[in-house]
Design a protein around this ligand. Sequence first.
Ligand SMILES: [Zn+2]
Length: 142
Amino acid sequence: MTHIFSPKSIDRLKGVHPDMVLVVEYALKRSSTDFSVNEGLRSLERQTELFKGGFSKTMASKHLKQSDGYGHAVDLYPYPVDMARVNKGDWRECIRFGMIAGAMFSAAKELGIPIRWGMDWDGDGQTLDHTFFDAPHFELVK
Ligand SMILES: [Zn+2]
């Protein structure tokens, strides 16, 4: 099945590193579940706000502009998504984040662009060894 991004998603990829844009676009084409880009490049103001609210663990977020002038992270959500179900841990909806991750890792592998997922920061294939997890989050390993 082929999905295409909405103008909103395309807009949210502005300022994101071209390597990550490639992976995201490639993944969307092959993903069995549709998804959207909810956030890419983030302003310092917004990062400060998220950090203070406990939604981000670091002020060194890959969403911020990196030394190469690009943001290196994106937050991807199933589309459409039922957040009430996600917040209740309903598998039928939560699993779709894993489906997105599958598409992202397969795209990244084929393109030879290493990425990291917010459910498995150290990339060991385990998710229970992390106390902070962020299912929508993907970033470049650079
Ligand atoms: Zn993120």
